[in-house]
Design a protein around this ligand. Structure first.
Ligand code: IMP
Length: 180
């Protein structure tokens, strides 16, 4: 029996559907920035698989960087505080920056990072996220490139974790039976 099944996880989005959707999002970015360079900034660690797949499907000059913020840790609830753990390696002034998140949940992380990045004067600043849980928002944040909108379920896989587990699953799965 596969690991995810043994763990009692339920598939929410199959890998094949993720691949198809990531290609579509990349095509949209390619169209929007035709003839230009884009600079993808992945939010560690959850966005690393999405960023890796997205970057390879974008048919433009593309550079990447990573930023890390304090995350949920071992619990499923946000502390409401965002703290930078690792800053960017490179300056983003004048670049077409796309912040790449695994999921937009309360919106606190994206809201904080968009504010920080805007102060650094990029040419344009967009937000991409594999998943969006709009029903959980505490801060008004809207993604420009969204993979899938999902209901209020805690999901793991394709970069998303629960206490650092399950990031390597190819599918996005619902972690259950643990009520929130
Ligand atoms: P925020 O609440 O929008 O600031 O999201 C912060 C971070 O919480 C996300 O980037 C994810 O790493 C994590 N997160 C939110 N919802 C989930 C989930 O359903 N599964 C796993 N991680 C999540």
């Amino acid at each position: 029996m596969p690991f995810a099944r043994r763990e009692g996880l339920k598939v929410r989005i199959r890998h094949a559907d993720i691949e198809r959707r990531v290609r579509a999002v990349a095509r949209q970015i390619t169209r929007d920035f035709k003839g230009q360079r884009v600079h993808l900034i992945g939010v560690l660690k959850g966005a690393c698989f999405f960023l890796a797949d997205l970057a390879r499907e974008i048919d433009l000059e593309t550079s990447i960087d990573f930023i890390a913020v304090a995350s949920y840790g071992k619990t499923k609830e946000s502390s409401g505080q965002v703290r930078m753990l690792k800053d960017l390696d490179n300056n983003v002034a004048g670049l077409n920056v796309i912040l790449v998140e695994d999921i937009l949940d309360t919106g606190l992380t994206a809201n904080y990072l968009l504010r920080v990045l805007r102060q650094r004067r990029p040419k344009t600043l967009k937000l991409a996220a594999l998943l969006d849980k709009p029903s959980r928002r505490l801060k008004p944040v809207e993604g420009n490139y969204i993979g899938f909108t999902i209901p209020n379920e805690f999901v793991v896989g394709y970069g998303l974790d629960y206490a650092e587990r399950y990031r390597n699953l190819k599918d996005v799965c619902i972690l259950h039976p643990t009520p929130r």
